[in-house]
Design a protein around this ligand. Structure first.
Ligand code: AHR
Length: 493
């Protein structure tokens, strides 16, 4: 029996709903086919956006969406993506498969899509190969209300009112695909570019600097030291690979046994260490925690599905991915004092997607269902949870078996999300609820008998959110049995 104390009277800060954010890049079939099919498509659409995907995303309450990259962002010239679609120039998407990008999905389409799904837009600007002027003009085009060359151009393209734009990234992975820069050089460039990212009227931009890759603590130190006074957020990118090696095979998304299950979850748990250590460095320069750690790329990265374009990063999604999602979201919730946003990579058809499409068919992945269950944490108050973990041992290695976070929403309901990482042993958990009287509990679960269970276009409903009945209230304790390899969310009143 694992005993945990949930302190309903010890609130540890607000869980920013943006932790439940997503990322959409011009990569493979994410934008084209996944979101945008064009008005003339036979796939049911509203103004070119596919309806099935729109509806699924609305249900998920996507709070924020990052676009247009990724590595694509530092090659993207936004003016190619405005004006009449048939006149927009084509470019080669050199980074992702060398395919022709026709720019039919540009600024207007992205901003409109965000409006339709109710998400805040988060735009990544081009620092790697774009000019300061180009970046300055993009923000002016989107947000300026008065008379100016860019605002007039926006009006000529059919949008009278400016949009609200809060989140703007100044470069992406500039230590790699965004220019292979040293941290010192990037910090100087950041300051120069950021100067011209203006606030027009009452539109205030939250500027996000390119942060480190995984455990590159020097990058965080240098950028915080040199430019910390001019930024609002610092990004962090960390992907979960079964092998933890970028060379050779990363491992299959679907064909794996317990060894790969264990290693993948072990590698995903590294996020806890990364968030903790980068936060310690940020604390040194920003003790009041005004600057957000923005984990704007995270998730599982496997070998592409056999027979698909290696540059398209199309992978399936199994129960293992549900665990990865649940564990990382618990980590971000528990660090909500510093983590102000996270964006899983990527929205549709790429990496750890919540949605996969094939022609006019669409399926929701196990990862989708975890985001769906966890949305109750959005903007809720994080509660203190104390417990001594038990371990899941495989061979001569062990990792914590249980991952937990808890919050209280504005109606007073307590939610506890629990992941059991062990693929073969359930765990009995006794949550003592302190600080408030509780009477009832209900729950939801994502699980299966098989570690690699997944939804396919032939059987799209195998993994779904199901009612979890194995919890009861006894003397202000919520007592439950969490099945092996499962993600559970309890609601307690
Ligand atoms: O998400 C895929 C790629 O991973 C992004 O384009 C890049 O930023 C990262 O390396």
């Amino acid at each position: 029996m694992l005993k945990a104390i949930v302190n309903a009277d010890i609130k540890k800060g607000k869980i920013n709903k943006n932790i439940y954010g997503h990322f959409s890049e011009h990569l493979g079939r994410c934008i084209y086919e996944g979101i945008w099919v064009g008005e003339d498509s036979e796939i049911p659409n509203i103004k070119g956006y596919r309806i099935d995907v729109l509806e699924a995303l609305k249900k998920l309450k996507v709070p924020v969406l990052r676009w247009p990259g990724g590595c694509f962002a530092d090659e993207y010239h936004w003016m190619d993506g405005i004006g009449p679609r048939e006149k927009r120039p084509c470019m080669i998407n050199t980074h992702w498969g060398g395919v022709v990008e026709n720019n039919h999905f540009g600024t207007h389409e992205f901003m409109e899509f965000c409006e339709m799904i109710g998400a805040e837009p988060y735009i990544s600007g081009n620092l790697g190969s774009g000019t300061v002027q180009e970046m300055q003009q993009w923000v002016e085009y989107i947000t300026f209300d008065g008379k100016s060359p860019m605002a007039d151009l926006r009006r000529a393209n059919g949008r009278e009112e400016p949009w609200k734009l809060k989140y703007f990234g100044i470069g992406n992975e500039n230590w790699g695909c965004g220019g292979n820069m040293r941290a010192e050089y990037y910090a100087d460039l950041y300051k120069r570019y950021a100067t011209y990212v203006r606030n027009f009227g009452d539109n205030v931009i939250y500027k996000i600097a390119c942060g480190p890759s995984a455990g590159d603590y020097t990058w965080t130190e240098v950028v915080m030291r040199e430019a910390g006074h001019l930024l609002n957020g610092l990004s962090l990118h960390y992907y979960t690979l079964p092998t933890n090696s970028w060379t050779g095979s990363k491992g299959s998304a679907t064909e794996f046994g317990e060894e790969e299950w264990f290693k993948t979850l072990k590698h995903t748990l590294v996020m806890e260490e990364l968030v903790t250590k980068h936060s310690i460095i940020m604390d040194k320069y920003d003790p009041e925690k005004k600057i957000g750690l923005i984990v704007d790329e995270w998730g599982a990265w496997y070998d592409v599905e056999p027979g698909t374009n290696p540059g398209f990063l199309y992978q399936q999604n199994t129960l293992r991915d549900a665990l990865i999602a649940g564990i990382n979201l618990n980590i971000f919730n528990n660090h909500c004092d510093r983590v102000q946003m996270a964006n899983i990579a990527q929205l549709v058809n790429v990496l750890q997607a919540v949605i996969l499409t094939e022609g006019d068919k669409m399926l929701l992945t196990p990862t989708y269902h975890v985001f769906d269950m966890y949305k109750v944490h959005q903007d809720a108050d994080l509660l203190s949870v104390e417990f001594e973990n038990i371990y899941y041992t495989y061979g001569d290695e062990k990792i914590p078996q249980v991952s937990i976070s808890s919050s209280q929403d504005k109606d007073g309901k307590i939610h506890i999300s629990i992941c059991n990482l062990n693929p073969s042993q359930s765990v009995d958990v006794d949550f003592e609820i302190r600080g408030t009287a509780v009477q009832k509990v209900k729950g939801q679960i994502v699980t299966d008998q098989e570690m690699n269970a997944r939804n396919t276009f032939e059987d799209s409903n195998r993994i779904k959110v199901e009612v979890f009945n194995d919890a009861k209230i006894e003397n202000n304790h919520a007592v439950c049995k969490i099945p092996s390899k499962s993600v559970v969310v309890l609601e307690i009143e």
